[in-house]
Structures are given as C-alpha cells and as structure tokens.
Design a protein around this ligand. Structure first.
Ligand code: BGC
Length: 349
C-alpha cells in the first residue's frame, strides 16, 4: 500500500512509497484512511526538526490527524465495518506510569509514551492502518469529511478542561477569553469559547482574509494589535502560537485569578527580555495560573466530537482551506498565505 514516510531528523527525506500492509500487532481493527490533516508538527518532522522512527527502523509513516472508515472489526468491538473513525495519537508507556495506567496518557510522566506519526509508531498517512479498539473514536456519520478536524479539536478540548479544572479552585465565572493565534488550534479554541457563551477575542497578525472572517463569523472579535491595548485582563488566555513574546505578553496581561493555558510549542531557541520580578509579583498577588497542555486522552476526543457536531457546519467547512490528493502530498506541506487547515486526501469517498 502507499504511505507517506519520512526519515526523522533528516530534512527533505519525505516520500510517497509502497510499504507493507499494516502489521496485525497494531490491532484487530482495519481502517481505510480517507484523509489526514497537516499541522505544524508534521512540517517540523518533514523539516528534520522532530520525530522518531519506530524501533529498529529508519523511516516513520507520517500523519497523526486522521479520518478513516472501518474495513474490519472483531465482533463485539466498539466500532464496526463502515463506521467513520479517528485514531487516537498517543499510546501509554509500557511501564506504565500512574497516569498512563488510568488512560491519562496525555499526562505521561516518564516520556516513554509513543505517538502515531510522531514518536516511534507509524502514523495514519497510509492507505490502510490497523488499530486496537481502545484507541479508535467513532464519529457521527453526519460530520463526514470534517471528521478530520477531530484530533486538533481534542487538543483544545483538553486545554479547556485544564482551564476549567484550574479555574475551579475558587468561584469561577469567566467572561473574557483571549486566544493568541488564528491557526486551526486557535480557531477551534475560539469555537469552544463561543460555544460556552464567552466573549472571545482572537489575536493574529494578518489583517484580511479567512482568519479574521472566521473569527467574525463565530461571533468573536478579531485583533491585530497588542493584548494590553485591546483586551486587557482577560479571565482566560489560550495561547496557540508558541511565539515567546506572545506567551509572555499573555501571561503579563492576564486578569486577576485568570488562567493562561499554553498549547503552542516554541521552535528552536529564542531569547527575549522579560521582567521576571514584575511577572512573579503579578502572578502571586493576583493568583494567576499558567499551565502547559499537550495531546489528549479519550475523554478529550469525545468532548471534541461533541463540539464539532454542535458547530456550524459551513464554518467548519471554511476551516479546511485546501484538500490535496495524496500524490501531491508535498503541496500540502508547503504553507500558503491563506491556509488554515490543509488536508491530504488519501482514499474515499
Ligand atoms: C499533536 C499532539 C502531540 C504533540 C507533540 C501535536 O501536533 O497534536 O497529539 O502530542 O504534537 O508531539
């Protein structure tokens, strides 16, 4: 079968090639891949900056944002032939640590977890894959091709859960949310904020095009300036860029008792000047919390599926700005100015 593979940490090594059928050891559920979304992590892997091949191998099958249709499943499994499904990305570590042992692999404590398409386990960008029923999530059929948005939505569903849990340490009635970055993660974080009835403000650099339009269509407010000028003291910040200056800006301007959740992963080294004493003083005197959040467990995939089903369909459709056939995969990995979510079409319909 065809698969998009890469030699991790080797720039320019990605290629479409014939690989063996998925191994039975990956699980009894056989899935036909329909589509795979592309995100910043994939671009980093293809650029040779991130990623691990499976043990004893040089190459990794790419792709962790998937959408597929079940071809075969054992009797009595949670999914059946014909179901629309998404594969969970992370697998618990083999020890397992306390968190992995209870299905909270997104909080793995020993770093020995694996991630499909990222860390030591083949991804989903192949014509078929196999999976254990515990790691496959069944989608509402009506979502159709938009189901490919489930994995990035699971990441923000987890971020919102962190905000809720930390906010809940005292009386918690947030109103104003700042989201930094209007990429797919930022826009999906904004969607969940709007679904909760919050006043959502999204900050990005572009002044025109799909991103401001999508924020307005949601009922949010789009800004290009600085947080301190247009939206000081939000109750919640969801940081989705990983840009160091924005991360500290968000921390510095958080409201009293506010929660800032960092989801963007910074690339490389980038030193900036920060007044650490003032930051510390503000955080202590105002009970602020800053939390990092990565990945998602099954509970977050399920919350994400509910958020997508409740979202306006035309809005979700506009989030997917390009669909590229598998043969032209390299076009999907080259960023274009008005891209939001780019999807590689692997099979289907
Ligand atoms: C994925 C996460 C993963 C993280 C770090 C993100 O792009 O969505 O599932 O945990 O990268 O590898």
């Amino acid at each position: 079968m065809k698969a998009l593979t890469v030699q991790p940490l080797t720039s320019g090594s990605a290629r479409l090639e014939d690989v063996d059928d998925p191994p039975e050891s990956d699980g009894p559920v056989l899935v036909e891949t329909l589509a795979v979304g592309v995100c910043g992590t994939d671009i980093e892997i293809v650029s040779g900056e991130y990623g691990w091949a499976p043990p004893g191998r040089d190459r990794l099958v790419l792709g962790h944002e998937s959408l597929g249709r079940v071809l075969e499943a054992p009797a009595g499994a949670s999914v059946a032939s014909g179901d629309l499904v998404v594969g969970i990305v992370r697998r618990p570590d083999p020890v397992p640590c306390g968190n992995c042992a209870v299905g909270e692999w997104d909080f793995c404590r020993n770093g020995q977890y694996t991630e499909r398409g990222i860390k030591s386990h083949d991804g989903y960008c192949s014509e078929r894959y196999r999976i254990h029923p515990d790691f496959v999530v069944k989608l509402d059929r009506n979502l159709g091709p938009l189901g490919v948005l489930l994995e990035p939505t699971s990441v923000v569903a987890k971020a919102w859960e962190q905000v809720d849990r930390i906010g809940g340490r005292a009386q918690w009635d947030p109103h104003i949310v700042v989201v930094t970055g209007a990429g797919p993660i930022g826009l999906l974080a904004a969607l969940i904020g709007v679904q909760r009835g919050l006043d959502v403000h999204v900050f990005d650099q572009v002044t025109t095009g799909t991103k401001p339009d999508l924020v307005q269509a949601l009922g949010g407010t789009y800004h290009t300036g600085r947080i301190e000028h247009s939206c000081p003291h939000p109750d919640v910040v969801i940081e989705c860029t990983g840009v160091a200056s924005l991360v500290f800006d968000a921390m510095e301007h958080l409201g009293p008792g506010g929660v800032a959740c960092l989801t963007g992963v910074s690339g490389g080294k980038h030193a900036i000047k920060v007044d650490a004493s003032m930051l510390n003083r503000g955080m202590v005197l105002e009970n602020q919390a800053v939390v990092g959040s990565v990945n998602a467990n099954r509970r977050h995939y399920e919350a994400a599926a509910a958020a997508l089903v409740a979202a306006p369909r035309p809005w979700l459709e506009r989030l997917v700005t390009r669909r590229v056939p598998l043969e032209h995969w390299s076009e999907a990995l080259q960023r274009q100015p008005d891209d939001v979510k780019v999807v590689i079409e692997v099979g289907g319909p």
